[in-house]
Design a protein around this ligand. Sequence first.
Ligand code: 13P
Length: 265
Amino acid sequence: MYLVANWKMNMSRSLIDGYLEVLSSEAMFGMLEEKGLSVAIAASHIYLDYVNREVHRRNIPVRVLAQDVSTRLSGAFTGEVGVPNLLDIGVKGSLLGHSERRRFFRETDEDVVTKTNLCLNGGVVPVICFGESQSDRETGATFETLQTQIEPVCQEIVRAREEGIYTPFYLAYEPVWAIGSGVNAGLEDIQEVIAFVCKGFSWPDPPICLYGGSVGLDNIRELASLKVLSGFLVGSAWLDPHVLLHSAKLLPKMERSTHEGVRFK
Ligand code: 13P
């Protein structure tokens, strides 16, 4: 099972040091191994190099992901960070299409497809986020929105496979109304969406699906009972590394599945 902490625009050098200190405990190493858990941290670009170096220096079994990449590879695009920049500092995974990027920075479905293409080509594992808004839910447009977000991404992954590119990918269902709201989606809703996503498109290999949106100590065990989920993408609760560790403790020991062979690289 995959546990991804999305730090968003939080943390500082000293908070990062404290966070990694907690994650470097022997108890954590043992538990991850025993339970078959794989942990990743999505840090903001400014801290990526530092976190990645520290994780390696301290030998912490945690993958480091970016929170976004540019739709361009390089050039005169002030403020952007491209796939080659990530690779240059040894970061081999990134969130893509997070709802906060879509909502506050007008990222489009087309941008997400372009980013997916660049990541797959570059060997950067994309964690592609999707999810409906509150108004989609209320107006019965949930599946239409999901279809619009996912279909072109699926086509892009198929195209990559046809070209002999086998970079793994992850999907993260994050209903917009559940993010940071304290209200998480119901088990049946999640199950229905994941079934739609897995069966409604011609994926070249079975998607690995994470869930995000107000996941915390009070609900992670129940959410983990959903066999369709392979992990969680968590914001606020996992800004505290003790909560991340405690969450991991609450999870059942995972059966080794085919998914376990795919690690964040
Ligand atoms: P919260 O866990 O704070 O609801 O955020 C979820 C999220 O956006 C993770 O990417």
